[in-house]
Design a protein around this ligand. Structure first.
Ligand SMILES: CC(C)(COP(=O)(O)OP(=O)(O)OC[C@H]1O[C@@H](n2cnc3c(N)ncnc32)[C@H](O)[C@@H]1OP(=O)(O)O)[C@@H](O)C(=O)NCCC(=O)NCCS
Length: 178
């Protein structure tokens, strides 16, 4: 089944009903251990400079079904490679999980960073080894490990990234410059 096309919208651009829906997103207590609460994620983006932190609601037909935090430059976490954008606290509402929205959202996030933060050539994230759902979602979205795992708060932490530079189509005219 092809899921409905999703859209991303900054927290600051949401109307009050959409903000309430974001804050009402549900994930299980086990998943909160991995990703924190939505209120925590919102508070990170609420007062931060919008050119360095973006809290993006994941909308399906204008209704929030998820949320993700992006940061860069001075707000880049220390584990993220310089020049990248970091993705954190991603969540899809538990009633909407396993429908392909995680995978589709990650493609939208990559497109968003390429459009709005074009200086970022990679999208980086870290994920707990035990978070099998997220690890699979990131894998199918094209993320690969860029560093050795480290021991974290709840076991090993894995560091992943994906390029935001589209691979160039191969051409027989290899002598021509673009
Ligand atoms: C991670 C998360 C965003 C994935 O969202 P989702 O909408 O369920 O993901 P998708 O439906 O697009 O699934 C993507 C892949 O992950 C797999 N997957 C999803 N949930 C899974 C689960 N609980 N167990 C095993 N695999 C799972 C899907 O089967 C799919 O793989 P496939 O294409 O081989 O079938 C969602 O599980 C979530 O919100 N988790 C709680 C918060 C969290 O842990 N965030 C990550 C912090 S690093």
């Amino acid at each position: 089944m092809t899921p409905t096309r999703l859209q991303l919208q900054r927290w600051q651009a949401l109307n009050s009903e959409q903000r309430e829906q974001v804050l009402a997103l549900h994930i299980s207590p086990e998943q909160i251990e991995f990703a924190g609460t939505t209120a925590q994620a919102v508070s990170v983006c609420e007062d931060a400079p919008t050119d360095e932190v973006a809290g993006l609601a994941i909308l399906e037909s204008a209704s929030p079904i998820g949320f993700v935090l992006l940061s860069r430059v001075t707000r880049l976490p220390d584990w993220a490679p310089a020049g990248s954008a970091a993705l954190r606290a991603m969540r899809i509402d538990s009633r909407e999980q396993r429908k392909g929205h995680g995978r589709a959202s990650l493609a939208e996030v990559a497109a968003w960073v390429s459009e709005h933060w074009a200086s970022c050539k990679t999208l980086a994230l870290c994920v707990d080894d035990q978070n099998l759902a997220a690890r699979r979602a990131y894998e199918v979205a094209g993320f690969t490990e860029y560093a050795e795992p480290k021991v974290g708060r709840i076991g090993l932490v894995r560091y992943l990234w994906r390029s935001l530079i589209e691979p160039q189509p191969s051409s027989d005219n290899s002598g021509e410059s673009a």
